[in-house]
Design a binder for this molecule. Structure first.
Ligand SMILES: Nc1ncnc2c1ncn2[C@@H]1O[C@H](COP(=O)(O)OP(=O)(O)O)[C@@H](O)[C@H]1O
Ligand SMILES: [Mg+2]
Length: 297
């Protein structure tokens, strides 16, 4: 069974249709890479999955449980949203760490707030706190930040901040971890360390949705079912186009609509963004190959 199913998702801001009939699914452990030009709706898709935006239409299911169905008013109530959000983790482009907390404090905060809602919190306070702290320390170690736990965000590099943000998202054990251009705000020399951490998570079969401009990375980290091909959802009509990822991009495919690639999955919204993607790919290819060897060293 798919861990995540998104069906016919749509979202408009005023008269601008940003998401139109988005359909895809992810199995546990799969990684969905999404590329697309600026303004094509990538962030809106991630925000919709994390219930920071309410879609106008469509269904979001996690582990077969319908978390959102625009047609079913019982699933769109605000009261349940906090619980539903826990299925997803989101790592932002600009880290969004709390400046007044240390790395450790940032990773522990949400768990501590949640723990306060447990009925036995008062009696087990100390025990719960040390459990949360031990887990947070573990995660920061895993992110290579063992010696940075007590530093505040302003004492950390961008790459370190982003790794704290990843640990913070992992602390809540989300079913699906989402990244919104996790390396866009980083200097090139810091990009590699963050991509390496994400690659490590992919190797541990963390289910992830990654919006990225790093074309080679998108291809490397994205997983799919066997056999290259494109499952395109064009205005609701599903069709499979048997073209591998690179070939499709280099052919300067100009198909209109939203494309979801299985190898890796890739969403490109319009002819214009497809062409931009091709240009970025060509420009990034040399760089991308260098970055990949960094990742594999
Ligand atoms: N809250 C909002 N209100 C109005 N328009 C928005 C809002 N959020 C995003 N948009 C518009 O939706 C489009 C898609 O934005 P976004 O999802 O951020 O794209 P991307 O992440 O692919 O760059 C853009 O045209 C943007 O201006
Ligand atoms: Mg964006």
């Amino acid at each position: 069974m798919a861990i995540l199913e998104v069906e016919h998702l749509s979202k408009s801001f005023g008269r601008t249709e940003v998401l139109s009939d988005i359909t895809f699914s992810l199995e546990k452990g799969q990684v969905l890479s999404i590329i697309g030009s600026s303004g094509s709706g990538k962030t809106t898709l991630l925000r919709s999955l994390n219930f920071l935006e309410r879609p106008d239409g469509g269904i979001i299911r996690v582990n077969g449980d319908t978390l959102f169905d625009a047609e079913d008013p019982t699933t769109v109530q605000e009261s349940e949203i906090r619980r539903k959000r826990l299925h997803f983790g989101l790592v932002f482009q600009s880290f969004n760490l709390f400046p007044q907390y240390t790395a450790l404090g940032n990773v522990m905060l949400a768990k501590e707030l949640l723990a306060k809602e447990q009925p036995d919190y008062k009696q087990r306070k100390k025990e719960i706190h040390s459990e949360i702290e031990a887990e947070a320390r573990n995660l920061l170690e895993q992110m290579g930040l063992g010696d940075r736990m007590n530093n505040y965000p302003h004492q950390l590099s961008g790459g370190q901040c982003q790794r704290v943000a990843i640990a913070r998202a992992l602390a809540l054990k989300p079913d699906i971890l989402c990244f919104d251009e996790p390396t866009s705000a980083l200097d090139p020399e810091l990009t590699g360390e963050v991509l390496k951490v994400i690659k490590g998570l992919a190797d541990q079969e963390t289910t992830m949705v990654i919006v990225t401009h790093e074309m080679a990375f998108a291809r490397d980290v994205g997983t799919g079912y066997s056999g290259a091909g494109v499952r395109a959802s064009l205005g609701g009509e599903d069709k499979t186009v048997p073209v591998p990822f690179y070939k499709w991009l280099t052919q300067e495919n100009t198909a209109e609509g939203m494309l979801i690639f299985p190898l890796p999955y890739i969403i490109i919204k319009s002819a214009e963004s497809a062409q931009k993607a091709v240009r970025t790919l060509k420009k990034d290819r040399q760089e991308g190959i260098e970055r990949r060897s960094e990742l594999h060293e």
